[in-house]
Design a protein around this ligand. Structure first.
Ligand code: ADE
Ligand code: ZN
Length: 339
């Protein structure tokens, strides 16, 4: 790492995290402890054995294990402890604001009530606000490998909790499940007042990014790195300043790029896109948000200004009100001037 960007500068840099799945913060220690106290048997006997299995060839190979471990989450207390564990890492990483994803459809079919999940998550987010001063919003994602009808039923289930959930997203297996499949669900969500985001252009083609913009009318694209294959789309994303929530360590672990040196994040920035850095599933991909910043800085030699700009983008791309964005951007500016 170049001396001009010390790790301590990156770690304490005020930032927002906009792309992280709470279920992806399930460290092996937590998964095994929750399974044990809930009387469930995971097929892994130890933390080491479970961690040893974190070798993924692509998105699907990760999702298979991810959904398996998610089954250890049963009680309100499990969701509370999971979320609080993430917030402790976030606080140590200079995070001031988070927009967290959760997947209701990973829980409700197992008999865990929607209310149990949202109540544990919200209780921890409130503790995070009081203990660490981290503000937060919740985004619930539809699992795109399931049907549009199931997504619509999930949306209906969420309506009584509308005040506790800011937005909807789209995740899980991308290839073969284009955004257009969910156009009606997103139209209904938008009409109900939810903000909209979607994973697109992680493994799927650039056309999925266009569909997410034109058919789902999303405010942000999660991942979006494959936009690079389409020059016209790149110009559009730059012109419209559509935020991309890029997750570098995730991309390497899931084989989207062979190595971090070959990641296109710097080229996306240089093309004028509004790029942010995020952890995706930090328990599985080798690091929380600051680890992602540090790894990228190491691999791509980003300047201190570029790192500062990415942190500023994280607030700009958030769903915070303009006044709240301004406060955090001022804090960031004061930090970079002082450091
Ligand atoms: N769910 C959790 N992590 C994901 C990812 N990287 N892509 C799609 N769905 C996900
Ligand atoms: Zn994701």
């Amino acid at each position: 790492m170049s001396d001009s960007v010390p790790r301590s500068f990156i770690r304490a840099l005020p930032k927002a995290e906009l792309h992280m799945h709470l279920e992806g913060a399930l460290e092996p220690e937590l998964a095994l402890a929750f399974a044990q106290r809930n009387g469930l048997a995971l097929r892994f006997g130890s933390v080491e054995e479970l961690r040893e299995s974190y070798k993924f060839s692509d998105l699907q190979s990760f999702l298979d294990l991810y959904y398996e471990c998610t089954a250890s989450l049963i009680t309100e207390q499990d969701f509370y402890e999971l979320t609080l564990s993430y917030l402790q890492h976030a606080a140590a990483d200079g995070v001031r604001h988070v927009e967290v994803f959760f997947d209701p459809q990973s829980h409700t079919p197992r008999g865990v009530k929607f209310e149990t999940v949202i109540s544990g998550v919200r209780r921890a987010l409130e503790a995070g606000r009081l203990q660490y001063g981290i503000s937060s919003y919740v985004i619930m994602c539809f699992l795109r490998h399931l049907s549009a009808e199931e997504a619509m039923a999930t949306l209906e289930m969420a309506l009584p909790f509308k005040d506790e959930i800011l937005g909807v997203g789209l995740d899980s297996s991308e290839a073969g499940h284009p955004p257009m499949k969910f156009a009606e669900v997103f139209a209904r969500a938008r009409a109900a007042g939810f903000r909209c985001v979607a994973h697109a252009g992680e493994e799927g083609p650039p056309d999925y990014i266009k569909q997410a913009l034109d058919l789902l009318h999303v405010d942000r694209i999660d991942h979006g790195v494959r936009a690079f294959e389409d020059a016209f789309l790149m110009r559009r994303l730059a012109k419209e300043q559509v935020p991309l929530t890029v997750c570098p360590l995730s991309n390497v672990r899931l084989g989207v790029f062979p190595s971090l040196n070959q990641h296109n994040l710097k080229r996306l920035l240089e093309a004028g896109l509004l790029v942010t850095i995020n952890s995706d599933d930090p328990a599985y991909f080798g690091g929380y948000v600051s680890d992602n910043y540090i790894a990228v800085q190491d691999a791509l030699s980003l300047s201190r200004e570029e790192i500062g700009e990415i942190a500023a983008n994280s607030f700009r791309a958030s769903f915070l009100a303009e006044e709240q964005k301004r406060i955090r951007l001022n804090e960031l500016e004061a930090y970079t001037r002082r450091y």
